[in-house]
Design a protein around this ligand. Sequence first.
Ligand code: DC
Length: 229
Amino acid sequence: MKIPDIVIAVDGYSSTGKSTFAKLVAKEFGFLYLDSGALYRGVTLFALEQGLIEGTDKINTSALIPLLDGIDLRFDAERGTCIGDRCIESEIRTLRVSNSVSPIATIPAVRNFVDSKLHEFGRRGRIIMDGRDIGTTVFPDAELKIFMVADDQVRAQRRFDEMVMKGQSPVFEEVLANLKERDYIDSHRETSPLQRAADAFVMDNSDMNLHEEVVWIRGLIQGKFGILG
Ligand code: DC
């Protein structure tokens, strides 16, 4: 199916499978996939390594802000998220980073920094980007917006399995607690809180497999853009 050079915005709660879905759609339709959460995670890793976070959420914001423009965050087609030449793809997925990323993402200067990177990367059409505020703030004119939701226990199990696959030793209750806390912070922050754009289509994938998700979006695209077969 050939689809136009549109921007697809995928937003939703943590561990609803946004990135898996977005990657699959990118492959299916020949789109570029951009993971906005990875940039917030990259800033968080940087702040942790600079000793700018005490505990999980006491951030030395005034020291962090002047350093933001110097963080050479980029996506490498093969290695994923990098700071300069250093690949940080697995480090940004650890619980240490997950525990501090939502507080970092509440800082307006951090959001501006990430948004400008996303606009830079996403200048061309045919992109699918996932996050929390893509359809509302980053690309409010995206031609197709999807808002993903799923049951809490299902989401925690997904995150848990993902961490085990990566050789980590998570505790299920901790993963669930982290997820709920992030949902709360993400949807209650002042700047660009997580919310469904009025024109977003909701996908509840608690009981859907990946094949069903692709069938769902194919149907949506065919209907919305009048494409046959
Ligand atoms: O999708 P993720 O779990 O990798 O995102 C990590 C965090 O980054 C998430 O807790 C909230 C924040 N985030 C955000 O505030 N806005 C986005 N567009 C993407 C992520």
